[in-house]
Design a protein around this ligand. Structure first.
Ligand SMILES: [Zn+2]
Length: 167
């Protein structure tokens, strides 16, 4: 476990624009990636979320810092019951989305850029936690927006892609 350097565009564009792989059940590297993501996000001021490719692992995992998004969780969210500040999403998938918002967005891997991006307002996500348990959670607000950006990272998409009319 370690605080890693957050890769940025354009220096690390070959990694940041690559497609990440799903994790297998009990994949041995999972614990290391989860710990590195948590340590690195915890050490990053104003870091809402961080995806594995941003620290050099092309694997489908991201973490969110609950401190920034606790108001965007559902009332019955399991995340409200955990003491952990870092929320872990493994092999995440958006299964439903509702509404639209068009707001400015930044990214730790694209320093200094803020781009207006159209996102779904509310989403429902299916993912696995670090114990291998599947969960379903609903998100709104900044959490919804952050998750959509993190899943973009897993698909090699950066906020810059949206300036070319892709969004
Ligand atoms: Zn980002």
């Amino acid at each position: 476990m370690a605080v890693k350097t957050i890769l940025s565009y354009p220096q690390a564009s070959h990694i940041l624009t690559a497609q990440s792989e799903a994790l297998a059940v009990n994949e041995s590297q999972t614990d290391e990636i989860v710990l590195d993501l948590k340590d690195t996000l915890r050490a990053t001021p104003n870091g809402v979320g961080l995806a594995a490719p941003q620290i050099g692992y092309l694997k489908r995992i991201f973490v969110l810092n609950k401190d920034y998004i606790s108001n965007d969780l559902a009332e019955d969210s399991l995340f409200l019951k955990t003491k952990d500040q870092m929320l872990v999403f493994i092999n995440p998938k958006i299964i439903t989305q509702k509404g639209e918002v068009f707001e400015e967005e930044g990214c730790l891997s694209v320093p200094g850029e803020f781009i207006k991006i159209k996102r779904a307002k509310q989403i429902k996500v299916r993912a696995y936690n670090e114990l291998g348990m599947q969960f379903y959670e609903k998100f709104k607000g900044l959490a919804s927006r952050a998750i959509q950006q993190e899943i973009d990272h897993l698909n090699g998409i950066l906020i810059l892609n949206y300036t070319q009319g892709a969004g």
